[in-house]
Design a binder for this molecule. Structure first.
Ligand SMILES: Cc1cc2nc3c(=O)[nH]c(=O)nc-3n(C[C@H](O)[C@H](O)[C@H](O)COP(=O)(O)OP(=O)(O)OC[C@H]3O[C@@H](n4cnc5c(N)ncnc54)[C@H](O)[C@@H]3O)c2cc1C
Ligand code: FES
Length: 257
C-alpha cells in the first residue's frame, strides 16, 4: 500500500564521486512488493523544490524497517538531500510503481542484470531476490569513469560482475552492450539511460527483456500524466502508459523508449 511516512535518516555516505548511499528507517520497507519500485522524496518546503524527487529502492529489510537508496547529486534537489544529516526525518511517499518480475527467471536459469550509472541501484535488490531463488546472475554495470563506480564488491558477492567504463579508466572500455554480446542468458533485466535501454532492446529481440525507465515525474502516483510514454502497438498514437504507475518496469516492446 502506498503511504506517506516521516522516515528517520540512519546514515548517509558518499560512496563514489557525487554518489550517496542513504539508509532510512521507514514503515514503507514493509510495503515493498518488488525490486525496482521507487520512493518519492520531498527534499525541501521551498517553493521551487516542492516537487518530490523519485529515487529507486536499492535494498530493503522489512524486519529492521530499513531501506537503502543510492542517488547521484545532480541538481538542486539532490544537492539539498546530500546535506541532510543522521537523525533528521525525511518526508517519503511510497513504495511506488511496479518493479522487476522476479518470477520470470526460473531456478537454474541465467539472468543478466544490466545497469547504467544511476540505473544500477535497483538491480541490487533484484539480484538478491534472484540469487535467493537459485537463479544464476551476471551483472554488467556501466559507468562513465572509474571515480563513478560503486557497489562492485556488493554485486560480486552475489554473482559474476563485469564493469565497463566509457573512458576505459576501469574494467572494460566501452558500454554494457559491448560486453553483453558475448554472454548466453535466458532473461535480461536493465535500468539506465534511455540510449542504453534502446540498444539492449535492439540487441536481444528474441529474449525476455525487462527495462526500467527513469522518466521525469511530478505526482508519481498516476494522476498528472507528466510521465507518459507511447505504447509500441498503438497506430493512432493516442494510447500511452504512465511510467510512474504502469511502470517504471516494462517488458521490451511494450512502450516506445
Ligand atoms: C522511477 C525513477 C527512479 C529513479 N531512481 C534514481 C536513483 O535510484 N538514483 C538517482 O540518483 N536518480 C534516480 N532517478 C533520477 C532522479 O529522480 C533525478 O536525478 C532527480 O530527481 C534530480 O533531481 P534534482 O533536483 O537534483 O535535479 P534537477 O534540478 O531536477 O535536475 C538536474 C538534472 O537531473 C536531470 N533529471 C531530473 N529528473 C530526472 C529523471 N527523472 N531522470 C533522469 N534525469 C533527471 C535533469 O535533466 C537535469 O539534468 C530516478 C528517476 C525515476 C523517474
Ligand atoms: S508522474 Fe504524474 S502521472 Fe506519472
Amino acid at each position: 500500500m502506498i503511504k506517506k511516512s516521516l522516515s528517520k535518516m540512519i546514515s548517509q555516505t558518499e560512496i563514489a564521486a557525487d554518489i550517496f548511499e542513504l539508509i532510512v528507517e521507514s514503515e514503507l520497507a514493509g510495503e515493498i512488493t518488488s525490486p525496482g519500485q521507487f520512493v518519492h522524496i520531498r527534499v525541501s518546503n521551498h517553493w521551487d523544490l516542492l516537487l518530490r524527487r523519485p529515487i529507486s529502492i536499492s535494498s530493503f529489510d522489512p524486519l529492521s524497517k530499513q531501506m537503502t537508496l543510492i542517488y547521484r547529486r545532480e541538481g538542486k534537489g539532490t544537492q539539498m538531500l546530500s546535506e541532510w544529516r543522521t537523525g533528521m526525518e525525511l518526508d517519503i511517499l511510497g513504495p511506488l510503481g511496479n518493479g522487476f518480475p522476479v518470477g520470470e527467471a526460473d531456478p537454474g536459469q541465467t539472468a543478466v542484470l544490466a545497469g547504467g550509472g544511476i540505473g544500477v541501484p535497483p538491480l541490487y535488490e533484484l539480484s538478491k531476490q534472484l540469487t535467493a531463488k537459485g537463479v544464476n546472475v551476471i551483472h554488467i554495470l556501466g559507468f562513465q569513469t572509474a571515480a563513478a563506480v560503486f557497489y562492485e564488491q556488493e554485486f560480486k558477492k552475489l554473482g559474476t560482475t563485469l564493469i565497463t567504463t566509457a573512458d576505459g579508466t576501469y574494467g572494460t572500455k566501452g558500454f554494457v552492450t559491448d560486453v553483453l554480446k558475448d554472454i548466453e542468458f535466458d532473461c535480461l533485466y536493465a535500468c539506465g539511460p534511455a540510449a542504453m535501454l534502446r540498444a539492449l532492446e535492439k540487441s536481444c529481440p528474441d529474449k525476455k527483456v525487462y527495462l526500467s525507465l527513469e522518466e521525469r515525474m511530478a505526482c508519481g502516483i498516476g494522476a498528472c500524466l507528466a510521465c507518459v510514454c507511447k505504447t509500441k502497438d498503438d497506430r493512432s498514437g493516442a494510447a500511452y502508459k504512465k511510467v510512474c504507475s504502469d511502470g517504471p518496469v516494462f517488458r521490451a516492446g511494450e512502450v516506445l523508449i
